[in-house]
Design a binder for this molecule. Structure first.
Ligand SMILES: *Cc1c(COP(=O)(O)O)cnc(C)c1O
Length: 459
């Protein structure tokens, strides 16, 4: 390391920045009382998989800057796409008119998406992409004359964002506690979380009994259910829960059988993260609605897309006075800079043959993780593509988790930070999710630091 960076903030200004950070900022998903006592990492620069803070310390970006950086920081092609677009126009509105990169990107997204998804609706982030999906599904049935289809089905431990609508279909108790009275009605189906099977089954003999539970819900309330929303293959924020094979295709079949739309939230899994362009392609599943955000432009600009079928789109066509218009849209919808960045980012998949190049990296990750399984406080190691989760257990035999108040995950991350690796845990679950451009050798380094940090903190 060391050769990528050139600027340096002097000591006095570092102190000043830290003081202002604590004086003026309120950080997301952060207990500020703790934050105010700690010394924050203030990032100044990035290059490839590396980040540098204002004190000059360098880190590997072990979680892709919150799961969205795929191509590395300061990627020349994406930088240039934004600079090029800046020389034309930075922002115009998509309400009733259009712009060049928004059109080109929509065409590209339809080209790479599973066949059948033909229409692109833009927004700014994962939450709004899902909010759009829920409203779209709801209004679709209103237009089809099935006005009782107003409810949703979602998975336990599911996460779809932080707006009130997406929280209503969220399955993470700790996030939901405070806001529950504001939610609309949602049926939660058991998560296929095999390490802690909610039905108490063993994975080898269960025959996906969780799908039967889902079917019971759908069978009973199909007339009042508009859509099922879920993260395909990997439930991210809920703990990187990795689904057993054929669960997704099972859900697809059930939704068809009971006339329920399937919304797949590929905000995390989209754009190569699982080893294919989209997670649903592992099981040849095509949803009715698919949402994308995090990886869409490699983390350069806030941008999201909700893709759907011609069938759903056509239900919204009608005379102006019929009020079939989809009443949704954000000021920054289809932002030209974000779309230009996304086009460049997607082109990198072809130009650098990224998906093919991922396979050896995924293998290296698998092999590097193996030794961690035998650590005394590692309950389970899970992996899907370039996502790894290491679930810690205070007692391995009984799978007793560490009490969340102990913040064991945070302590391990602080230890890793000392060794030059930036991570963020999900409670007692350690997450490794590097940029896709990481090399196999660097993957080994990352896993080694994580393993050592776990040993230091839990030893
Ligand atoms: C991060 C995430 C979201 C929310 O995206 P934001 O851009 O943070 O609003 C939604 N769904 C999934 C699966 C996510 O991982």
């Amino acid at each position: 390391m060391g050769s990528f960076f050139y600027s340096m903030v002097d000591k006095d200004y570092q102190k000043q920045l830290e003081a202002w950070d604590k004086e003026y900022l309120w950080h997301p998903f952060t207990q500020m009382q703790d934050y105010l006592k700690e010394s924050p990492v203030i990032i100044e620069e990035g290059s490839g998989i590396f980040l540098k803070d204002v004190a000059g310390k360098e880190y590997i970006d072990g979680i892709s800057s919150m799961w969205c950086n795929l191509h590395g920081h300061r990627k020349r092609e994406i930088d240039n796409a934004i600079k090029g677009q800046l020389d034309k126009v930075a922002h115009t509105t998509l309400l009733g008119m259009s712009n060049v990169p928004a059109i080109e990107l929509a065409r590209k997204l339809v080209e790479i998406a599973p066949r059948g998804l033909e229409k692109v609706f833009y927004s700014d982030n994962g939450s709004t992409a899902n909010e759009v999906a829920l409203k779209m599904a709801f209004q679709y049935w209103q237009h089809k004359g099935l006005k009782d289809k107003t409810q949703f089905v979602a998975l336990q431990y599911g996460y779809h964002g932080d707006t009130l609508g997406t929280m209503s279909v969220g399955g993470i108790d700790i996030f939901n506690q405070a806001f529950r009275p504001l939610y609309f009605k949602t049926h939660l189906a058991p998560a296929p979380y095999c390490y802690r099977c909610p039905l108490g089954k063993q994975p080898d003999g269960c025959r996906l009994a969780c799908l039967d539970e889902l079917e019971n819900i759908l069978k009973k309330d199909a007339q009042s259910i508009a859509a099922m929303i879920m993260e395909p293959l990997v439930q991210g924020a809920g703990g990187m829960i990795i689904h057993p094979k054929n669960y997704l295709s099972g859900v697809r079949a059930l939704c068809k059988k009971y006339n329920i739309l399937l919304i797949l939230d590929e905000v995390l899994t989209g754009f190569g993260r699982t080893g294919k362009m989209f997670a649903c392609q592992h099981e040849q599943v095509v949803p009715d609605i698919m949402t994308l955000s995090k990886g869409i432009n490699g983390g350069y600009m806030p941008l999201a897309a909700t893709l759907t079928t011609r069938e759903v789109f056509d239900a919204f066509l009608g005379e102006f006075s019929s009020l079939k218009t989809f009443f949704h849209g954000h000021t920054y919808t289809g932002h030209p800079l974000g779309c230009a960045a996304a086009l460049a980012a997607i082109e990198l998949f072809e130009k650098e043959r990224l998906l093919e190049g991922l396979q050896p990296k995924i293998e290296r990750l698998r092999n590097s993780l193996k030794p961690l399984e035998s650590l005394p406080h590692v309950g389970e190691v899970r992996q899907c593509g370039l996502i790894a989760a290491i679930e810690l257990a205070q007692d391995k035999a009984t799978k007793t988790p560490y009490p969340w108040e102990e913040r064991v995950g945070v302590k391990i991350c602080l230890e890793a930070r000392r060794h030059g690796l930036l991570l963020r845990p999900l409670a007692h679950i350690m997450i490794i999710m590097p940029p896709l451009i990481i090399t196999p050798r660097e993957i080994e380094m990352v896993v080694e630091i994580v393993g050592k940090s776990i040993e230091v903190v839990t030893g």
